[in-house]
Design a protein around this ligand. Structure first.
Ligand code: 173
Length: 318
């Protein structure tokens, strides 16, 4: 088997690294194609395919129809895919520390400057065989949406659809939880299998959930994290020029987060027009909710990973 390699080498059939061939990366997203939390990744792909001609191209396989959301992290780890758009909440089994990303709300410029991103990348290198290229949506919060009105900060008797993002806080408030991928939420609400769900402030209209949602609990909490992960072996195999195409597009992608400010305001209005009523239990309850969410969120991460959890908390500064 070795001979043909050297024969080819001798014959000059291999190109020098500086003129490395264009590589094509296979991409998936953990959110439905064309919806809020896939859309900017899809713009990133278009950008790479434009700026990376002759260097690096991305072949977009698609979303949950191609791969279940909770398997995307593992698919990056095992190189079933090369690059993915996925939230840490979907791969906490492999990397428990990923649950802390929702607790870090600093802008990416700050995360790059103060070592937060480097530490997050290091954790992904070690435990997920992945390079953490960038994060999107740090400025978008989550809410608990409900179909039963509550009068006080108590979820006793309520069954709430969660992911690891919301599980601890819902249980701390006395609710029961059922973990599902986003694709199962509509039917669960329609059939009354759950009384509510966790989701960001944006994106429910893409999924038609306004038709099966009555209330949105205030306040907003945590910070959405959707990362772009690259299989670490694939990343290491890229030339500096190929890496630069992806790094430049990643910085451009981070810039798109500025659009979320207007989007969030528009979404709140749109929800009101669709008849989704805010439940505001007042300033004391709001304060208690936020304190509880922060406390149980960190406690859960630190319990599973004491050293890294403490370091993440120190970087998050909350
Ligand atoms: O609710 C979810 O499925 C979830 O955890 C999430 C995370 C980031 C963006 C959107 C949803």
């Amino acid at each position: 088997m070795r001979f043909p390699y050297f024969a080819a080498l001798a014959a000059g059939l291999f190109v020098a690294p500086a003129q490395a061939q264009e590589v094509t990366l296979r991409a998936v997203t953990s959110f439905a194609e064309g919806t809020q939390f896939s859309r900017n990744f899809e713009r990133f792909i278009a950008r790479v395919n434009e700026t990376g001609k002759g260097q690096v191209q991305i072949n977009y396989i698609g979303g949950p129809r191609a791969m279940p959301p909770f398997e995307v992290g593992n698919a990056v780890r095992t190189k079933v895919v090369d690059i993915a758009n996925v939230t840490g909440a979907f791969y906490t089994n492999a990397l428990p520390e990923a649950d802390a990303l929702k607790l870090i709300a600093k802008p990416m410029s700050a995360q790059r400057a103060d070592g937060t991103l480097a530490f997050i990348d290091q954790l992904h290198n070690q435990k997920l065989n992945a390079h953490y290229l960038t994060r999107q949506f740090h400025n978008v919060p989550f809410h608990i949406y409900l179909n039963k009105k509550i009068e006080k900060l108590d979820f006793t008797g309520l069954k709430i659809r969660v992911t690891p993002v919301y599980k601890d806080v819902v249980e701390a408030l006395g609710g029961t939880t059922v973990t599902t991928a986003p694709g199962e939420v509509y039917t669960a609400l329609e059939r009354g299998v759950v009384d509510g769900y966790g989701w960001p402030i944006t994106g429910i209209f893409d999924l038609g959930w306004e038709k099966v949602t009555k209330f949105r609990l205030e306040p907003a909490f945590y910070s959405v994290e959707v990362g772009v992960l690259v299989n670490l072996d694939v990343w290491k195999g890229l030339t500096p020029a190929q890496k630069k195409v992806l790094d430049d597009a990643a910085l451009w992608l981070e810039g798109l987060d500025a659009e979320n400010v207007a989007l969030i305001a528009a979404e709140r209005e749109k929800q009101a027009k669709a008849g989704i009523q805010p439940i505001d239990l007042g300033p004391d309850a709001s304060k208690a909710f936020l304190a509880k969410a922060n406390e149980v969120g960190w406690a859960s991460v630190i319990k599973r990973s004491p050293e890294n959890g403490a370091k993440l908390r120190q970087l998050a500064g909350n």
